[in-house]
Design a protein. Structure first.
Length: 230
C-alpha cells in the first residue's frame, strides 16, 4: 500500500515538474510584471505625496512673498515652483495668486505672464478656465481685443459656459459690436441658473442694450396660466 502511494506521489510530482517546465517561465514573468506594477504604483503614490508636501511648503513661501510685497521675491518663488512642481495643483493655484498680486500692484505684464503660464500648462481644466477668463479680462483692459477673444476660443468645461459668453460679450461691446454682444449676453443669461447672482448682472447689461430677457418667460407663464384656466 505504501509503495502504491509512493508511486502515485511520484506521478503527481512528475506532472508538477512537467507543468512547471512548460509554464514556469511564463508564470514567473507574469508575477514579475504584476509585482513590478504594484511596486511602481506604490512608488508613484509615495512620489505624489512627497511632491505635494514639498509644493505645499513652497506655496506657503509664495504667500509670504506676496505679503512682503517684494515683486522680485514673488517671481523667484513662482519660478522655483514652476521648475520643481509644475504638475501639482499648488503650482497652478500659485500662478493665479501671483497674477492677482501683480495686478493689484499695477504690474499688468507680470500678471498676464503668470496667467498665461497657468492657461498653457495647468493640468486641471478648472484652473485653466479661470486663468483664461482672467487673462481675457486683462487683455480687454489693455484693449488687445483679438488676443482676448483668442483666449476664449479654447475649450472650457461646460459649467464655465455662462462666464465665457459674458466675457466675450464685454469684449464685443468694447469693439462696438452691440448686436454680437447682445447675442452673447443672452447666451450667458440662459446659461446661468436663475438663482445665480451673476445672472442678475448679465440681465442689467441686457437691459442697458434695451433687452428684457425675462419678457419671454412672462409671456410663457401667462400662456400656461391661461391654458390651465380653460
Amino acid at each position: 500500500m505504501a509503495k502504491h502511494l509512493d508511486l502515485e506521489e511520484q506521478e503527481q510530482l512528475d506532472e508538477i515538474k512537467h507543468f512547471w517546465k512548460q509554464y514556469g517561465n511564463l508564470i514567473t514573468w507574469a508575477l514579475i510584471v504584476v509585482l513590478g506594477a504594484f511596486a511602481a504604483w506604490n512608488g508613484y503614490q509615495y512620489w505624489q505625496r512627497s511632491q505635494a508636501a514639498q509644493a505645499s511648503v513652497m506655496f506657503d513661501e509664495i504667500e509670504r512673498a506676496i505679503v512682503s510685497g517684494d515683486a522680485a521675491r514673488i517671481d523667484r518663488a513662482l519660478a522655483d515652483m514652476k521648475d520643481r512642481f509644475a504638475s501639482t495643483a499648488y503650482a497652478q493655484q500659485a500662478g493665479l495668486l501671483v497674477a492677482k498680486a501683480h495686478h493689484d500692484k499695477g504690474n499688468a505684464d507680470a500678471a498676464r505672464a503668470a496667467l498665461a503660464w497657468v492657461a498653457d500648462k495647468a493640468s486641471d481644466p478648472g484652473y485653466q478656465a479661470v486663468a483664461r477668463l482672467r487673462l481675457a479680462g486683462l487683455l480687454l483692459e489693455k484693449k488687445s481685443y483679438d488676443e482676448a477673444l483668442q483666449q476664449l476660443s479654447a475649450a472650457f468645461p461646460k459649467n464655465f459656459e455662462g462666464l465665457v459668453a459674458d466675457r466675450r460679450a464685454d469684449i464685443l461691446m468694447a469693439q462696438g459690436k452691440k448686436v454680437e454682444a447682445k447675442a452673447e449676453y443672452e447666451k450667458a443669461w440662459k446659461a446661468f441658473d436663475e438663482r445665480t447672482e451673476y445672472r442678475r448682472l448679465v440681465e442689467v447689461k441686457l437691459n442697458a442694450l434695451g433687452v428684457d430677457p425675462t419678457a419671454g418667460q412672462v409671456k410663457l407663464a401667462t400662456a400656461e396660466n391661461a391654458g390651465a384656466n380653460k
